[in-house]
Design a protein around this ligand. Structure first.
Ligand code: DAT
Ligand code: MG
Length: 148
């Protein structure tokens, strides 16, 4: 089954949104495969956001993502990468639709509450950056036949 990497950013953790956001993905029918509260160091932040190196907002982005704990997660399900991106909403919360995480909880692009992998390739890369194999749990959920 497809997997994606989602992360509640420091603003989301500080604003008590861990429960609200994880609940959304749980209720949708996706399965949590791994999760942890962690503090990202600069090296990991720069690697994670490597595609944005050199852009004017890069330093601010690295400062922000290392400014407090994040809640890193791996979620599993059919087409979870694309669906999770849709549930997150547009990068700029002012453009994100109501009902999305960013549309409901964010106001500025710098503090947009959640990260999610944007492709199969980035999902694999980001899961590998943040999680060891042993931190990902392979298990069955009894509700599966009521979701699919
Ligand atoms: P996304 O997080 O939707 O995948 P992205 O990969 O383009 O968006 O950018 C990564 C993060 O960088 C984004 O969540 C917030 C920040 N960011 C993007 N564009 C920005 C901008 N123009 N000004 C400030 N921060 C920006
Ligand atoms: Mg991105």
């Amino acid at each position: 089954m497809e997997k994606t990497f989602l992360m509640i950013k420091p603003d989301g953790v500080q604003r008590n949104l861990i429960g609200e956001v994880t609940s959304k993905f749980e209720k949708k029918g996706f399965k949590l495969a791994g999760a942890k509260l962690m503090k990202i160091d600069r090296a990991l932040a720069e690697e994670h956001y490597g595609e944005h190196k050199g852009k004017p907002f890069f330093e601010e982005l690295v400062d922000f993502i290392t400014s407090g704990p994040v809640f890193a997660m791996v979620w599993e399900g059919e087409n979870v990468i694309l669906t999770a991106r849709q549930m997150m909403g547009a990068t700029n919360p002012q453009e994100a639709s109501p009902g999305t995480v960013r549309g409901d909880h964010g106001l500025t692009v710098g503090k947009n509450v959640i990260h999610g992998s944007d492709s199969a390739q980035s999902a694999e890369r980001e899961i590998g950056l943040f999680f060891n194999e042993s931190e990902l749990i392979d298990y069955n959920k009894d509700n599966l036949s009521w979701v699919y």
